[in-house]
Write a protein that binds this ligand. Structure first.
Ligand SMILES: [Zn+2]
Length: 559
């Protein structure tokens, strides 16, 4: 009795001390307050507040301007929003930024450019700024379908005209490259060159290469000619890329590796994290491309040694993805996927290894044939080692159907959906016809109850701008204005999917995704109201200020 009473008194005192310390903490002034705005918190009730206060890296209060003003001290920075809208920092759940950083200084980006003439001008400008012989590469994120003036494929002659002295290459998704004469020469391709298993050289009726090279082999060949980038330069590029992401509104991402990703790509971001110089939270999955039974044998051993979550809230390894057995990694611009039982047996071996290690898994799955094959294997794996709680995820899901979503729910699977039709919607229509208007079936996914989030799949497939993704999800349009998707969602649903829902893939639910006391102050002050502008303007929204962990990482010069 005595000891229980003593214990209760001790608890009482401890409780009083805790209350007191909380009161003291609240009495400390904020480092920054944002007042007189429209704070779209994206909390569970989608609360809209007027003001927000932060101290250090985290939000300490959200409320009315009057309430928040009380947290001001003599050194507090006061930001009068003058009615501007604030949203949580946008999280890209599926990107290939680490690989992209390598050539970020050389690359020409055609992000959002809807005129072919302007695209050619960009290339000409980069060529003029380069030494003769230096590569001028456009490494994806565009398609000719986005041009409103001329949608024809690029020709060797027109690329020669804008850049006669530099090898020019335009990578289209992962399917094709367009090259000028100098690039053709640098790649060693002429009238005599024969096709290979994964590269087809398109030739005119006289047998001369047209400048169009089809197949993944052409992309690999081109990348091998771009040259190595020194480590210091790679780190500098990673910093520049992070700044560009901040400017566009991205404050965190999950990297999915991808073909050609190297340890040096990841190291560049790690170096910035170690120097506390990262301005975008960078999470990544372990990526490999096993293509034979021998590859699978070796990878099983390496998976058993993967140890995620040894980093921090800026830089961390989250799991394994986005491909298990590479021969069944499907392509969207083909009719159908029919994985063989032999290939799926190897896929399952790797899946079991990932499950047994207790790792999060992300699997690229676009066509219905792949989706059902992977679901069957996941159900079988779940019987050996339950996967609930690991947040296993299917990425892209262009052809997912209602029964597949039901199976996903039973296994507690998550879904990542990407704005790829904003670039390739026109090409998808040519391959998949009417069905492409429901690819991916956004409305069905939103209503299914499967936890899901929105991302880009940048930079080879799409641009990096997250407002293009929100715009596509709400309007169903691709860049250039063509309607490519009927299954649209509301702007509130899209915003939740690009913020709070995406925190789950990073295992950062308690820290990121909404504006609430205790969460990191990762937020965007916007130049216009996301919830009120005409839907077509969503793609043009720009942050005027971006904060990550309470620090201003971007501020527009003219405001
Ligand atoms: Zn993918």
């Amino acid at each position: 009795m005595r000891s229980l009473a003593a214990h209760q008194i001790r608890c009482l005192i401890a409780g009083l001390l805790l209350t007191l310390s909380c009161a003291l903490a609240a009495a400390q002034p904020a480092d920054m307050v944002l007042v007189n705005g429209r704070i779209v918190t994206v909390d569970d009730r989608f609360t809209i507040a007027q003001a927000l206060a932060l101290r250090g890296e985290r939000i300490i209060a959200v409320g009315s301007s009057e309430e928040i003003a009380r947290l001001k001290g003599p050194a507090t920075r006061v930001e009068d929003l003058a009615g501007r809208t604030v949203i949580p920092g946008l999280i890209d759940n599926h990107a290939h930024y680490m690989r992209a950083a390598e050539y970020w200084h050389r690359e020409v980006r055609l992000d959002g450019i809807t005129s072919r003439k302007q695209a050619l001008e960009q290339i000409a400008e980069k060529a003029r700024a380069s030494k003769p012989g230096e590569w001028v590469p456009v490494l994806g994120g565009w398609s000719e379908e986005q041009f409103t003036d001329d949608k024809r494929p690029f020709t060797r002659q027109e690329l020669d005209a804008v850049a006669p002295d530099n090898p020019v290459v335009l990578q289209l998704l992962y399917v094709r490259i367009f090259v000028n004469s100098a690039a053709s020469k640098a790649l060693g391709i002429d009238a005599e060159t024969a096709d290979t298993a994964n590269m087809k050289i398109v030739k005119d009726d006289k047998g001369a290469p047209t400048g169009v090279l089809n197949g993944g082999g052409a992309i690999g060949l081109m990348r091998s000619k771009l040259g190595e980038v020194a480590r210091d330069k790679m780190v500098e590029n990673a910093r520049a890329l992070a700044r560009d992401l901040n400017r566009m509104g991205v404050t965190a991402f999950q990297d999915q590796g991808g073909s050609g990703v190297k340890p040096s790509h990841i190291d560049a971001f790690r170096a910035l994290a170690e120097r506390h110089q990262l301005t975008v939270r960078s999470f990544y999955n372990y990526y490999e491309e096993p293509a034979s039974p021998a590859d699978v044998d070796k990878l099983v051993g390496r998976i058993a040694a993967i140890t995620p979550f040894q980093g921090d809230d800026w830089f961390d390894l989250t799991g394994y993805g986005e491909t298990l057995y590479f021969p069944v990694h499907d392509a969207l611009l083909v009719q159908a996927a029919n994985p063989t039982p032999e290939a799926m047996a190897l896929w399952r071996r790797l899946g079991v290894a990932v499950a047994e290690r207790g790792l999060h898994l992300n699997v690229h799955a676009q066509l219905h044939g792949s989706i059902v094959a992977f679901l069957s294997e996941m159900e079988a794996i779940n019987k050996i080692r339950p996967v609930k709680g690991l947040r296993w995820t299917l990425s892209h899901l262009d052809q997912v159907e209602a029964p597949d979503l039901e199976r996903m729910k039973r296994l507690d699977l998550y879904a990542q959906i990407h704005s790829r039709p904003s670039i390739q919607g026109g090409l998808m229509r040519k391959v998949h016809g009417e069905r492409s208007y429901a690819m991916p079936p956004l409305r069905l996914i939103q209503d299914s109850g499967v936890p899901w989030g929105l991302g880009s799949d940048a930079t080879a497939v799409t641009p990096t701008n997250p407002f293009y993704t929100l715009w596509w999800a709400v309007t169903g349009k691709m860049l250039g204005g063509t309607k490519v998707l009927d299954q649209t969602i509301s702007r509130e649903e899209a915003l939740i999917a690009h913020t709070r829902s995406n925190a789950a893939f990073l295992f950062q639910d308690g820290n990121l995704g909404s504006l609430a006391p205790g969460k990191y102050a990762d937020l965007l002050v916007l130049d216009r109201d996301y919830l009120a502008v005409p839907a077509d303007e969503i793609k043009d929204i720009k942050p005027v200020m971006t904060l990550v962990g309470g620090k201003v990482v971007y501020e527009a010069s003219a405001r």
